[in-house]
Design a protein around this ligand. Structure first.
Ligand code: MRU
Length: 342
């Protein structure tokens, strides 16, 4: 949360004893900021997807702990606060990573100091996210530079929104795109709509704000574009990466990975280390959030028709060309080198 980041539509920022978020349910038609003053506000913001994207969910949850301890910083209250926030969304591990970090730090802190410590630690989590994503941008830049040697525009395909809106700053999948733009490399992004919640419209919004050329496509058009050679590189984000490199991300990612493999297009996942769940052995153990049928919209047929709405899917490590983190680029099978303490 650098001062520059607050000059425009910052996704999250402190404001005295509250936290101000950019309400992503109102984008792209309106830019509305919402003040979070209580634990309930923070939990609602995550559940209702006013904030979304794994890293931003993590930072919001950390601030939610600080808000939740305002009147009572006891162990019992801390446990209740963490439990409430942990129940908001199941797939993004950044949420649980941030909450466990807050728990560890706060349990070690004297009761009287806990409120201050909570704000300080939440701020540290937010600032570290910004720094990690900046590093992801630099580490992913060579993937785009390499393709650009021909001098032509580099066509990147992404899915969902793993841009600055999904993080405290810079984005993950879009961080290398922004780094390429800053380096003067001509880049164009294929943005898939991302049914049913249309996070692709958020990606289009932020790319437009940043002046990055892009084109919105229906999700089902991705295979054709990959077949036609119109995509040089696919970069997506992740909500949870298992220890073996399987990566959960917004539903539809797996289909893009399959089509990219079929047509020889590199497929990269960009995520901070806070997205890697070393306790989760493989993608099969990642909980997949099931969301409400209402997300399909009123236009969907008969209300008596059952609807399944899994919000994420898992791309097997074998389909992933590499994982870009703040530490560099690793093959999906080599994540052990990034295990904490190594
Ligand atoms: O349901 P959402 O919008 O929170 O899902 C977001 C994604 O799937 C993103 O790709 C992922 O969180 C990475 S964000 C840098």
């Amino acid at each position: 949360m650098s001062p520059e980041a607050t000059d425009y539509a910052a996704t999250i920022r402190e404001d005295g004893n509250s936290v101000v978020i950019l309400d992503q349910t109102r984008l792209p038609s309106e830019t509305v900021f919402v003040s979070l003053n209580t634990l309930a506000d923070a939990a609602h913001a995550i559940r209702a997807m006013q904030v979304r994207g794994a890293p931003l969910i993590g930072a919001t949850a950390a601030y939610g702990v600080a808000l939740g301890l305002a009147d009572d910083a006891s162990d019992a209250r801390l446990n209740r606060v963490i439990e409430t926030l942990a129940a908001t969304r199941p797939t993004a591990i950044n949420l649980h990573w941030a909450l466990e970090r807050m728990r560890r730090v706060l349990q070690e802190s004297a009761l009287a100091a806990r409120r201050d410590v909570a704000w300080k630690e939440a701020r540290a989590i937010a600032n570290e996210d910004e720094a990690a994503n900046a590093a992801i941008g630099q580490n992913g830049l060579p993937l785009i530079e390499r393709i650009c040697r021909s001098g032509d525009v580099v066509n990147v395909m992404t899915h969902c929104n793993a841009g600055r809106l999904a993080t405290v700053e810079h984005g993950t999948a879009l961080a290398p795109v922004y780094a390429a733009q800053a380096a003067g490399i001509p880049v164009h992004v294929w943005v898939s709509e991302t049914r049913p919640r249309n996070q692709g419209l958020l990606t289009a919004w932020e790319l437009r704000e940043a002046g990055v050329p892009h084109t919105l496509i229906a999700d089902n058009a991705a295979g054709l574009l990959l077949m036609q050679g119109k995509v040089d590189l696919v970069i997506v984000g992740a909500d949870r990466i298992a220890a073996n490199g399987d990566a959960a991300n917004k539903v539809g990612t797996y289909l893009k990975a399959l089509a990219a493999r079929a047509h020889g297009v590199p497929f990269y996942v960009a995520a901070p280390l806070s997205t890697i769940d070393f306790a989760c052995p493989s993608g099969a153990a990642i909980p997949i959030e099931e969301r409400a049928a209402e997300e399909f919209g009123v236009a969907v047929g008969n209300p008596a028709t059952p609807v399944a709405n899994p919000a994420f899917d898992v791309t097997p490590a074998a389909l992933i060309s590499g994982i870009v983190s703040e530490r560099g680029i690793a093959q999906a099978g080599e994540l052990g080198q990034w295990r904490p303490g190594t």
